[in-house]
Each structure stands twice: as C-alpha cells, then as structure tokens.
Design a protein around this ligand. Structure first.
Ligand code: GDP
Ligand code: MG
Length: 444
C-alpha cells in the first residue's frame, strides 16, 4: 500500500522529523503512482501533487509524528479537503417545495437515485414527489414508477394534458402539482445520453429554467474513471450543478472519479450510492473516500494514536513539573508550549460552534489573539536558556535587552513576566489540589 511505500521511503529519516526537498520529491512520486492506480485523471493528479508538495515544504515539524506519518497526514488532509471537507447537506427551500433536479449521462444511476433519495427524505419526515421528465427511453417512465412504488412515493408521469412528449412541460406541471398537494420536495428525473450531446444538454437546461431547482445534482458513475473530468466539465457548462452524487461505489472502482470531479468542478460530493437496493445509499463521507482512494486507513489510525499519546505524555510532564517544588520546574519554554497548545485549539472553533452550550469556550478562544501569541513567542525566544529556565534572574538590564531583541517595550516584558508567575502559581495550586481553583467540583 501507499502507507508501506511511504514508510519505506522515509526509513532512514525516522525520528529526524524534517523533510528535505529530495524526500518530498520521493514522496510525490509514490503518491502520483497511487493516484493514477486509483484512476484519478492526470491533470488532477498533477494539481494534487503540487498542493501536497507545497504543504509539505511549509509544514510545521510535529514532534509526535515521524516524517512518513507527517506526509501521510498532509496527503490525507488535502484529499479530504478537495472531496468537500465536511459533508455538504441538502439545502431546503425556505418556501417549499424544494426542487431537486438530477442530471447525468444515461446509465449513471439517476432514476435509481431518484428512488433512493425519495425514500431517504421520506424517512426524514418529508413528503416527496417524483417527476418523470425522462421521455427519451420508452420504459423510462415505467422504471421511475416502479422505483416510486418501492419507495412508497408518488410519481408524476406525463399524461394527456400535462405534456406528453414534453419533458419540460411535465417538470413544470409536476412542480405545480407538488404545490397543490403540499409535497415539500420534488425530485425531477431527467434524460441522459450515452455520451454528452448538445440536445440532451439543451433539454436539461430547459428543464432547469422551467423549474429553477434549489439543488441540481450531477450523478456520475464511479467506474467512469478518466472520463470523469470531461463529462463533469460538459455538465458544468451545459446545465451547471451544485453537488455531485457518486454511484456504483459497490463496484471495485477505487474512487478516483470522486477526486477528479470534485477537484475540477470545485463542487462537493454530497451523496454516495452503493448498490441496486433503495437502501444502498448514504451521505458522502470524505474521509472514507480518501482512504478508499489512497488506502491510508490503518496508518491514519496509528497517526491519531501517536498524536494522542504525545499530547497525553506532554500533559503528564507538565503536571509533574507543576506539582513539585511549588511549580519551580515550570519554565518559560513550558509556558510557550502551553500557549501553542491553546493556539492549536483554534482550529476547533468551527467544531465547537456546532455543539450546544459551547458558547463560553468559544468566547475564550475568540478572545485569544494570534498576534498576541506571536509577540509572546518573540519575547521568549529573545531570552537566554538560563532566563527561560529560571525567570527569577530576569532583572532590569535583562528586560531592556529582551525588549530590544524582540522588538517590544520593557513594559511588555514586565507584563509577561508578571503573567508567567501568576499563571505558574495558579496552575501549581490547581495541580496540587487536583482541580482549578474556584471551579466547583474541582476538589481544590
Ligand atoms: P439512469 O440512466 O441514469 O437513470 O440510470 P439507472 O438508474 O437506470 O441505472 C442504470 C443501471 O445501474 C441500472 O441497472 C441500475 O440498477 C444500476 N445502478 C444504479 N445505481 C447503482 C449502484 O449504486 N450500484 C450498482 N451496482 N448498480 C447501480
Ligand atoms: Mg433514468
């Protein structure tokens, strides 16, 4: 697997924690091969490699991970980000019905998906209506009716009066019908051709103009491989779409098409279809797809564990220093490390925002100014090792020197030194008592 190969590439580097240009190049070669094996389109591979190289060069050296693990983490993060980061949810219209239009080549899985999506929405308490706007193939309407019956969802089909032979008319009357019967979601199935052709695109665009979809989903077969890019581009130009649905993931395709389409169009993959049964359907999980494409799963688990273990041992060490000798072993270097740990939490901000009752914690993080950390860091770096170890010796002339070295004022140094002693006292009290002073239930 790629994990094994990357680990082999970095065999001689273990523990050194820094990436040379040659290491980065060797890594890039391995990733390139792995992506091509997963059927990612060549231009996408090139862009991806460039992005990973850039990030590897600028990466902060992590003490918790060896170089191979660091690169794997970078590669994985980049993959997940391109695939859409967090799963993008369906946007429902403020004024129902929400209109969802499906577009894609013939055989991509649109009609099957229409049923899956309808069932999925119905299970969430929605009342969808399926609309049969594929009049191209003789049995297309019947196929949707069968699917609708299985999902237990009504189907709006062309009949005399609502546009026989006119897919646009059927779509328009279907949305009208949904309004009358209080359906809150309308799913419009459309025709596809085996290859991209202008007439099909025009018809899809006409349907789009007639019903103004809230979401247009591009349905694409995961097995399509290298053709994914040109097909996706044609649909971006011809119809435009908001999100991608990947089908036939139950096959043995490695999922390169997902990366190709997401990367080239900048649209998120939203749903995944993996089988012919209506229940073979789920929202798309970027992390799972990332490990399917590059087979990094086990390595990522190891990396997570390494990082956790590192954090834990660091915290233990800190506690040990604070408990003994009234906290005198706690140095300015430790202080800086703690501040950096808080900074790392900054990336949790968005996550915290989603939890109920996280408001207070969020406020604390918001008030933590990154420039403040930079200044503190500059000041501490201008101290000698002896001063960092034993801040008591930082007298007036040393303060003047540190201020000059860090481009700050003596008053900044005074403030920081004062803060350091206060923080150390407080934390040392807390460490002895087993909790933060003044916190209920802290035991201190
Ligand atoms: P459409 O032409 O885009 O409407 O595609 P269909 O929904 O008619 O699907 C074409 C074929 O692919 C049918 O035989 C489906 O049963 C099959 N199919 C659709 N989605 C999946 C899937 O996720 N996995 C598998 N194995 N087959 C699928
Ligand atoms: Mg169809």
């Amino acid at each position: 697997t790629l994990s094994d190969r990357l680990t082999a590439t970095f065999k001689n580097l273990r523990g050194k924690g820094r990436l040379s240009e040659a290491d980065i190049d060797a890594t890039a070669r391995e990733i390139r091969v792995a992506l091509l094996e997963a059927d990612v389109a060549l231009p996408v591979v090139k862009d991806f490699i460039a992005a990973v190289k850039e990030r590897a060069r600028g990466a902060e050296v992590s003490e918790a991970l060896n170089p191979a693990q660091q690169v794997i983490k970078i590669v994985n993060d980049e993959l997940v980000q391109i695939l859409g980061g967090e799963t993008r949810r369906l946007r429902f219209a403020k004024q129902p019905p929400t209109v969802i239009m499906l577009a894609g080549l013939q055989g991509a899985g649109k009609t099957t998906l229409a049923g899956k999506l309808a069932l999925w929405l119905k299970d969430q308490g929605k009342q969808p209506l399926l609309v049969a706007s594929d009049l191209q193939r003789p049995n297309a309407v019947t196929q949707l009716q069968v699917v609708g019956e299985r999902a237990g969802v009504p189907v709006w089909a062309p009949e005399p009066g609502n546009g026989v032979g006119d897919p646009v008319g059927v779509a328009r009357s279907g949305v009208e019908q949904a309004k009358k019967q209080l359906h809150d979601v309308v799913i419009v199935d459309t025709a596809g051709r085996l290859g991209v052709d202008e007439e099909m695109m025009r018809q899809a665009a006409d349907i789009r103009d007639a019903v103004s979809p809230d979401e247009t989903l591009f349905v694409v077969d995961a097995m399509i491989g290298q053709d994914a890019v040109s097909t996706a581009n044609a649909f971006v130009e011809g119809v435009g779409f908001d999100g991608v649905v990947l089908t036939k993931l139950d096959g043995d395709a490695r999922g390169g098409a997902a990366l190709s389409v997401a990367s080239v169009t900048g649209r998120p993959v939203m749903f995944a279809s993996a089988g012919e049964k209506l229940s073979d359907f789920d929202v798309f999980h970027p992390e799972r797809m990332a490990s399917r494409i590059l087979d990094l799963g086990d390595m990522l688990t190891l990396i997570e564990q390494a990082e956790k273990a590192f954090d834990a041992s660091q915290a233990e060490e800190m506690a040990r220093k604070l408990q003994g000798k009234g906290g005198k072993d706690f140095t300015f270097d430790d202080f800086l490390q703690q501040m950096q740990a808080v900074k790392k939490m900054g990336s949790l901000k968005s996550l915290l925002g989603m939890l109920p009752g996280a408001g207070q914690m969020r406020e604390a993080l918001d008030s933590f100014d990154e420039r403040e950390l930079d200044r503190v860091q500059a000041i501490i770096h201008s101290m000698t090792p002896a001063e960092r170890e034993n801040p008591k010796i930082i007298n007036g002339s040393r303060r003047a020197r540190i201020a000059k070295g860090s481009g700050t004022q003596v008053s900044d140094i005074n403030q920081l030194v004062e803060r350091f002693f206060m923080a150390r006292d407080m934390m040392s009290q807390a460490a002895k008592g087993g909790g933060m002073p003044g916190m209920p239930g802290g035991g201190g």
